[in-house]
Design a protein around this ligand. Structure first.
Ligand SMILES: *Cc1c(COP(=O)(O)O)cnc(C)c1O
Length: 378
């Protein structure tokens, strides 16, 4: 299989699995226990927290492990709203956020009286910092803008927005699930107060992620119960998952230090090969783009039909978001960048990882060309 759906999830790397395995077996102690087996789990958790915090440029005390990116996004938005509802009820986000943010905003609107501004984006998917600035009012309590979009790979101007939110004394959350481990991120440089990440997008296991909460941020517990995660996220820790996340973060950090540009070069090769097919256009930005993201529209082609054919030929890709089947509405991201419905339904996302090879890219591009021309010929 040529796996080009790394934005959906990635393969757990063998080194990650190796570090996790003992914690499913003999090292099963509860990290809260006082005897040796508990201490060993506790120490392993601390080491993982250290590794994840290093990749975020945060202090270990500011990393709170969760069940994934979705929980981190829910926690950030709901808890910030509850903590600050006396100050105001206004949240600013964008039209292209992941459903974990959008549906949570809608929940807050429906059940808690939140007022939410969904900022538009330009044709490349970029949010304009000036629009964030202009949308802030005295009752604004939170701004949430994703670091990188999961469909079109656009890298948002987080640093610029962070300057504005800091200036105006408004909390700033970023969903960095797609960017964490893919591009260098440092919470202080970005000026964010909260940041979501998820292990399975960087060769870690599914079902574990984290929320960075800057020291002093008035955001409290999301799950109530025991005193795990510094009293902010109750429940016995997902020890093997967290250990795996730690290792995955360490490996991703090493790749970022190496900074060989290999993945981005393969992305550009794939874009180049696909644009050579008639009637193909690139969505998103050609410069402010995740190193592994390719998102293209094939005019006159049903993305769904193409994906089925590609699957038969051993290529795993997706139509941008999880639900793109015919009857459902087209992607909210593609709509937001101004793509007509027809083009949105002809759009495919191919996402690479550091494991993707040049042979795979050349083979995939050849197969896609062949199948697109064949489908158009019918
Ligand atoms: C995958 C993803 C999520 C959800 O993360 P899970 O760990 O799968 O819950 C949230 N936001 C973005 C941008 C994502 O790509």
């Amino acid at each position: 299989m040529i796996y080009l759906d790394n934005a959906a999830t990635t393969r757990v790397s063998p080194e990650v699995l190796r570090e996790m395995l003992p914690f499913f077996g003999e090292d099963f102690g509860n990290p809260s226990a006082l005897y040796r087996a508990g201490r060993e789990s506790r120490n392993a958790l601390s080491a993982a927290r250290e590794r994840v915090s290093r990749l975020a440029g945060a202090s270990p005390r500011e990393i709170f492990f969760t069940s994934g990116g979705t929980e981190a996004d829910n926690w950030a938005l709901i808890s910030a709203f509850l903590a600050l509802r006396d100050k105001g009820n206004h949240i600013i986000t964008t039209k292209i956020e992941h459903p974990a943010v959008l549906r949570t905003c809608e929940y807050l609107e429906k059940t808690c009286g939140a007022r939410v501004t969904y900022l538009p984006v330009d044709r490349e998917g970029l949010v304009r910092p000036e629009e964030v600035q202009a949308a802030i009012s005295p009752d604004t309590i939170l701004v949430s803008v994703m670091t990188a979009n999961n469909e079109i790979g656009t890298l948002e101007p987080i640093r610029e927005i962070g300057k504005i939110t800091r200036d105006r004394g408004v909390l700033f959350h970023t969903d960095a699930v797609q960017a964490f481990g893919q591009i260098p991120l440092a919470v202080d440089e970005l000026g964010v107060d909260m940041m979501s990440a998820s292990a399975h997008k960087l060769h870690g296991p599914k079902g574990v992620g984290c929320l960075f909460i800057r020291r002093g941020t008035p955001v409290r517990a999301f799950l109530h119960g025991g005193s795990q995660e510094y009293n902010r996220r109750a429940g016995t820790e997902n020890v093997p998952g967290i250990i795996g996340f730690g290792k995955a973060a360490e490996l991703a950090g090493n790749r970022l230090v190496r900074n060989d540009g290999r993945e981005a070069a393969l992305r550009d090769l794939l874009i180049h090969e696909l644009l050579a097919i008639p009637g193909v256009s690139l969505n998103g930005s050609s410069v402010r783009r995740l190193p592994g993201n390719v998102n293209v529209s094939f005019s006159g082609i049903s993305a769904e039909a193409l994906l089925i054919v590609l699957d038969q030929r051993g290529i795993a890709a997706s139509a941008g978001s999880a639900c793109a089947s015919g009857s459902l509405s087209p992607s909210h991201v593609l709509t937001a960048i101004g793509l007509p419905e027809e083009a949105a339904r002809s759009t495919v996302r191919l996402s690479l990882s550091d494991e993707t090879t040049e042979e795979e890219i050349r083979e995939a591009a050849g197969i896609i060309r062949e199948e697109v021309l064949r489908m158009r010929g019918r």
